[in-house]
Design a binder for this molecule. Structure first.
Ligand code: GLA
Length: 637
């Protein structure tokens, strides 16, 4: 369905007589997810060896990898012995080799494990113009997937030109229509607050300005600024308040129900915001955080519900004589920064660790937990990420009580602070944190190590979340880490290395997973494609549905997967993913979804109805791409 526009470029390579080893071609065209391709050596530079047998020639690569070769219709045969290289332990790696000619599959190896003997491929190529050599990760991530195309040769007519083809480049296609001039209210239909704590809510609405806002049934203690659409104040009593929001401009009016639930729980839907780490890491400073807040509003992101502006590590600088945490010179006045963020209707987040130092080696909260929680509250902090790191020097071991302890201590400290502070646990999934993160009062918990902007990292993390869904719900979410779209780089900015289709997969999957969505790019450099990815209200609705049901995998077929979650209105949000390296048909049948009969299918990225389907739905999905659909009973919306 999302067939990309692709560019193919031939790379220079000599013409051949008779037979050419693929390792003699220009290997800069090989794309692989780990390491570098090597001629006549394994990916780690050893002599090629499969199942205890060494080979003199061939290509050493790593899954997932692809190598496209132009044959000009002059090749006659392809021959190779393929397998996982012996430089990993038996069974560690699991891979599948595939050979495609002119886009059609000619051969596949089936699943091969390290330690197994090489498998022979011998194919006639008469008339084939292009060859694509693929290594897939076997469906279990790419760890230890060292792959050898041993003795791989192409036979060709005398004088034939056999050339590497640069990997296809995808065009960044904007799929979502831009918001119109008329008012539209967006974002979650529910929000939580604790009694007696400050409430700040910027009503998210797109449409031409000026816009006037009103709120019917606003409970006592809260007031609305009709010009900015900001609701603030405090609620004294627990309870659920059904407020009717209205936005009006010269083009029309929109109305929407907002449930304000005053009680013990906050983060009733996954937090939406920005965090400084994936773009700036140690280079974060006050000006960059302010610019992120400015861009959150100026770009229109805030109008779709994006709210938090979170500083990650590298703001801390020791303690004063009374033990109060100090900020380094890059943050001259943290309270003023908090006020600035709040003045834009946004919320403010910060970072610390339970040990003596943070992950980047700055002062952390060990034995100052209550004092730090109070300091943060005095700065107006609304979100704290609490990152394990040097707590390893304090914890006796990684037993459950030791893993839980620092988080329970900080939870108790936050409970004494006079504000609502989202508590984000970061300890990379140790001790299956999803099983007890909520019990220690976490509003979200990282389930994995750090994400990077590669397909291997993002897809490896995202698709490994299956099974965690039963631990997520309103107020407590699994967190597979922050977003890697836009300009990221941990202090060394570059456009994300994810292809456009991989980015559609990233956002579709993270919304289905009900993950906190923290934008990781430099917000001052948002491009139209990235902004479009992050402002599709129908896609965000999948993340922000008040039921808070995390998607689970409902079907897997080779490299394709289908994930689904139930929405509050009874409809289903369904992601159809293609983890493979060539376009594939992905289908789902109603039985797998617990449905029957006629269903109306809507394409959420394009915000377009696809008609009524009986029994199943299928669509073509690009390499590493996704289709995100919503399925409604045919007769009602
Ligand atoms: C760890 C976390 C990252 C980031 C850094 C900061 O690696 O997992 O998300 O917070 O620490 O040092």
């Amino acid at each position: 369905m999302y067939t990309p526009f692709v560019l193919l470029v031939c790379l220079h390579s000599p013409s051949v007589q008779g037979q050419v080893s693929i390792a003699a071609l220009d290997l800069s065209a090989v794309e692989q997810e780990w390491g570098e391709p090597h001629a006549d050596r394994s990916v780690e530079g050893h002599a090629l060896s499969i199942g205890g047998k060494s080979f003199e020639h061939g290509l050493g690569t790593h899954a997932s990898s692809q190598f496209a070769i132009a044959l000009g219709g002059q090749a006659t045969r392809f021959h190779a012995l393929v397998g996982a290289d012996d430089e990993t332990l038996p069974k560690q790696g699991s891979i599948e080799f595939r050979v495609l000619g002119d886009g059609k599959e000619l051969w596949k190896s089936g699943l091969l494990h390290s330690g197994a003997a090489a498998k022979e491929v011998d194919l006639p190529l008469a008339g084939v113009k292009s060859l694509l050599l693929l290594v897939e990760d076997g469906g279990d991530g790419n760890s230890y997937d060292h792959a050898d195309w041993a003795m791989a040769t192409i036979e060709a007519e005398a004088g034939a030109t056999i050339q590497s083809l640069a990997a296809p480049r995808e065009e960044a296609v904007v799929l979502t229509p831009l918001p119109g001039p008329e008012p539209h209210l967006h974002a979650a239909s529910v929000t939580g607050v604790r009694p007696g704590h400050p409430f700040l809510y910027g009503i998210p609405a797109t449409g031409d300005r000026p816009m006037r806002f009103s709120a019917e049934n606003l409970p006592e203690g809260l007031t609305l600024d009709a010009a900015t659409g900001r609701i603030s104040g405090k609620l004294a009593e627990k309870g659920e308040y059904k407020v009717i929001l209205t936005a009006k401009n010269a083009r029309g009016t929109d109305e929407r129900l907002l449930r304000i639930v005053c009680g013990a729980q906050i983060a009733l839907t996954p937090p939406l915001g920005w965090n400084s780490w994936n773009c700036f890491a140690g280079a974060v400073d006050d000006a960059k955080v302010r610019s992120a807040a400015d861009a959150m509003v100026a770009s229109g992101l805030a109008q779709h519900g994006w709210t938090y502006i979170n500083i990650d590590d590298c703001w801390e600088a020791g303690r004063d004589a009374k033990g109060n945490i100090l900020c380094n010179e890059k943050f001259p006045d943290m309270q003023a920064l908090g006020d600035y963020i709040h003045s834009k209707g946004l919320r403010f987040g910060i970072y610390s660790s339970p040990g003596r130092t943070t992950c980047a080696g700055f002062t952390a909260s060990w034995e100052h937990e209550e004092q730090d929680a109070q300091t943060w509250a005095s700065w107006g902090v609304d979100y704290v990420k609490y990152d394990w790191c040097s707590y390893d020097d304090i914890a006796k071991d990684h037993s459950l009580p030791e893993l839980k302890k620092p988080y329970s201590v900080m939870r108790a400290a936050l409970d004494k602070a006079p504000r609502d502070i989202v508590f984000s646990l970061c300890q990379y999934g140790m001790g299956d944190v999803w099983q007890w993160g909520a019990e220690v009062g976490g509003n979200c918990w990282r389930t994995t190590g750090d994400i990077t902007d590669t397909w291997g990292s993002m897809a490896g993390i995202g698709f490994a979340q299956n099974g965690h869904e039963k631990f997520a719900g309103p107020g407590h979410w699994n967190d597979p880490d922050m977003l890697v779209v836009g300009k990221v780089g941990w202090g060394n900015l570059h456009p994300t290395k994810l292809t456009p289709n991989e980015q559609y997969t990233h956002i579709s999957l993270w919304c289905l997973l009900c993950s906190p969505l923290l934008i990781g790019c430099d917000m001052a450099q948002l491009d139209a494609f990235t902004l479009n990815l992050l402002t599709n209200d129908e896609v965000l609705e999948v993340s922000q549905d008040p039921l808070g049901i995390q998607a689970a995998r409902v079907a897997q077929n080779g490299e394709t997967e289908v994930w689904a979650k139930k929405m509050e209105d009874g409809s289903l949000a369904v992601g159809l993913f293609n983890r493979g390296q060539i376009e594939a048909q992905v289908s789902v049948n109603w039985k797998e979804l617990g449905l029957q009969g006629a269903q109306r299918v809507r394409d959420l990225w394009r915000q377009k109805d696809l008609g009524v389907s009986e029994g199943s739905f299928a669509t073509s999905v690009a390499r590493h791409g996704a289709a995100l659909i919503r399925i409604f009973p045919a007769k009602k919306r």
